[in-house]
Design a protein around this ligand. Sequence first.
Ligand code: NAG
Ligand code: NAG
Ligand code: NAG
Ligand code: NAG
Ligand code: NAG
Ligand code: NAG
Ligand code: NAG
Ligand code: NAG
Length: 880
Amino acid sequence: MKLFQGFVPMLVLFCLVLTSVLVHAQDDQSGFKSIDCGIVEGSTYTDNVTKIKYVSDVDFIDSGEIHNIFPTYDNSYDIDTQTTTLRSFPQNTRNCYTLKPSQGKGNRYLIRASFQYGDYDFKGKLPKFDLYLGSDYWDTIRFPSSEEPINMEIIHLLSSDYIHVCLVNTGHGTPFISAIELRLLAGDMYKESTDFGSLCLFDRFNYDTGFTTVRYMDDKYDRLWSQFSWESSAYLKTSDHVYTDFSDNPPQVVMNSALTPNSPNGSININWIPDNATDHFFIYMHFADIEILKSNQLREFNIYLNGNLFNGPFPLPFSPINHTTTTFYSTLPENVSPMYALTIKKTKKSTLPPIINALELYTLKQFPQMQTYDQDAAVLWSIKSTYKINTKNWQGDPCTPHEFVWEGIGCNYNDTEFPRIVSLNLSSSGLNGGIDPGMANLTIIHTLDLSNNNLTGTVPNFLSELNFLRVLVLKGNNFVGPVPAGLQAKADKGSLSLSLDDKSTGEPASSCDMNTCKNKKGNKIIVPVTASVASLFLILIAFTAVWMIKKQNKHGLDIRKKQYTYSEVQSITDNFSVVLGRGGFGTVYHGIIGDTQVAVKMLSGSSLQGDKEFQAEAYLLLGIHHRNLISLVGYCNDESHKGIIYEFMANGNLESHIFGIFHTPSSFLNWQERMQIVCDAAHGLEYMHHGCKPPIVHRDIKGTNILLNEAFQAKLADFGLSKAFPTEAGTHISTTVVGTPGYLDPEYYTSNRLTEKSDVYSFGVVLLVVITGQPVITKNENDIIHISRLVNLKLAQGDINNIVDPKLQRDFDVNSAWKAVELAMACVAHTPSRRPTMNEVVMELNDCLVAERARQETQPKKLTTIMSFNMESAYDPTPL
Ligand SMILES: *[C@@H]1O[C@H](CO)[C@@H](O)[C@H](O)[C@H]1NC(C)=O
Ligand SMILES: *[C@@H]1O[C@H](CO)[C@@H](O)[C@H](O)[C@H]1NC(C)=O
Ligand SMILES: *[C@@H]1O[C@H](CO)[C@@H](O)[C@H](O)[C@H]1NC(C)=O
Ligand SMILES: *[C@@H]1O[C@H](CO)[C@@H](O)[C@H](O)[C@H]1NC(C)=O
Ligand SMILES: *[C@@H]1O[C@H](CO)[C@@H](O)[C@H](O)[C@H]1NC(C)=O
Ligand SMILES: *[C@@H]1O[C@H](CO)[C@@H](O)[C@H](O)[C@H]1NC(C)=O
Ligand SMILES: *[C@@H]1O[C@H](CO)[C@@H](O)[C@H](O)[C@H]1NC(C)=O
Ligand SMILES: *[C@@H]1O[C@H](CO)[C@@H](O)[C@H](O)[C@H]1NC(C)=O
């Protein structure tokens, strides 16, 4: 039982006061589906309190009966309108609602199912039944009382276009349901956690006094935030704006209050007992300081879970930020425990007690069964509605679970990712009208039986294009016209068993019939000239289809699989036979997965962190996608072997091109190409700084970490790695300094901290190298000169041609070059605050690129001269 529950029935809403206070909330319900089960079929209404628009459930289910709850519960309780009506299911063991949200698969949804018994059947006996999501068990619905509503809520990433919410009768009373709500979440919400599975809501609290449940429109995702007040605690409240910048932050009205202990030295203790001792929890804690602190005041605290420091995304101790939300969340599923104690405790330094504004607790749930392949499922739903099939058990997913496979269909569960439909038997099903053209999409079906119905019209030609079709039974219908030539040819050849009434076949269409050909524009199978050519063609098609399916599956498996064993890595890299490079973190090998080339970085053993940190980091990195960041394919986390697998970059690193380590002429980069590459790299870094939450500091930006693919598109490599795997950078420095000499922010030596601005410094150095073609460090007799000093000295002379790489032979736009130099010098400013942000860098570099492109357009195209140059003099490989 939940410790917290019993204070506030979650669905009881007293939102009137709040909604009237609302000024800036927007009414956008485009990502919502709100179904009030049991209201008059086809009716809709807008909830007076929440302004949410509800529709009747008739389009989502075709079984069950509708009821109202017993009027006493309706009147005596200030109840949600949605729970006053319901749909119950005295028939069938399993009944399913099927929803097809328009945004489709690949999106995260909050799915909420609500139930209130309210003695609707006058039996006064609380039922107990099971709730399923798709083919997987979600939870058991048990009622503590007739009047208390139950809300089941889950955050779930859709792997199919269809959502099935199913109720299963387990012999303890008739299942029923009051409401189903679907809320599309923003792309990055709860992303870190949902990489592990789906999140079932355990509790979600707004620490504030009173009994209001905050939801839509305050929360545009319509999460329910129940208020929770403790007698023995104090509450802070503000009317000032509190920043809630990230989409999974709670809404403003939740963040503007906080709980704090009564006594200045007190701690916040939150305890709970899991419903099931095997549950893994995910915890989200939201903090914002809403008091205005005096200069001699400090609020700083540590967070402990079961006595251990909380392992979140930010370092502890932590000081909540003035009127700005920070979310601490579990980066990994928490260890199971029979009971949980979350303690927030001030540090010795802190003059103020800790606070917490909001808390979310989720348990991890796996929904491993893959639903039927969407295209196949779509055909069956179309058939179901076209022929109004409602006497069969056609509910939920067609192929799963095994015990509820739809009557009359056969599924293939072989090593494909999704179950596929391979046979359909609709014999004697009372079908009327023509053959549903959707059947053309059952691309791997081998048996189709439509016999003994009242089907009319012609036998459609697309049936002959179903290349796996071996049995086709059409007898006992009222078809007219000839059999399509392709079908007849297959039948004649014996590759198809075709059963048709004589009356409908008429003369077999052994030659091209004008009527049949006319409406077959663009068909690939026209007329089989001879049987042998036709069969060869068919075999070819079949072969291609099989090959395509195989290829697709292989690809799918590889992407889904993220963790590889060491022995798999050995085979991927052909036992580490081809070395691509060596770096601070280890050696990079060439590898092949399926038919895709990859690079495998095996991390050097000595300085690795623990398994848990590694896993967390790997998951973090796997979740980051940007066209200018190397994408990670997977990782290996065997005991003593840790490795990262990422996409293969055919053209190596930027530095090797600038210094001509590749001898091929194609490796020479002109000014426009150089600007394009640094612009790409800047985009990648901008994304890490400004597009990721929390921001990621690369910590090791340098020419060799900017890689180029076959189209010379630049991508940053090794991002996030330095955090996960601190290691000696090079052999010259014995301490565990991260970063690379020459590229490392000088400010680091005083602050010992690498920030976004440190990356900007390193990026400035890269820019200088790209502009000048000079190494980062030049040894000059007894002097060691850093590139920034070198450029600074030359700047004084005021001649851009003295600065820019002489190999470019003055073939560049002068304004573009000046702008780039100025930008680079601003990036390497000594004081971090004077360096531009990556947003600004991207804008400036765009301007450089535009200026150069404009020049090239006005210039007559001159013959490309390929410089030959002496790489020895251009590149001094000894850095110090
Ligand atoms: C909403 O309010 C109107 C007017 O107050 C009332 O007539 C209507 O019944 C209410 N609707 C619901 C669903 O409570
Ligand atoms: C809080 O702790 C400090 C230091 O431990 C102590 O000096 C102070 O008296 C305590 N205050 C209260 C109210 O207990
Ligand atoms: C707890 O969860 C496990 C694994 O999901 C399940 O097998 C078990 O039946 C559950 N126990 C209870 C009491 O629900
Ligand atoms: C904290 O935020 C409030 C409200 O935005 C503002 O009035 C105040 O000046 C800020 N205090 C500090 C120390 O920044
Ligand atoms: C699926 O696998 C089973 C046994 O593994 C095999 O008998 C069957 O022919 C396969 N079906 C298809 C369509 O490949
Ligand atoms: C289809 O089902 C009917 C009866 O359910 C059966 O007689 C018939 O043989 C089936 N057709 C095929 C092709 O298996
Ligand atoms: C076809 O339709 C007629 C009436 O329209 C009906 O009597 C007959 O039973 C139907 N046949 C089948 C197989 O459903
Ligand atoms: C077949 O499926 C595709 C996409 O999967 C869809 O666009 C098309 O409309 C379907 N064709 C028919 C006839 O339903």
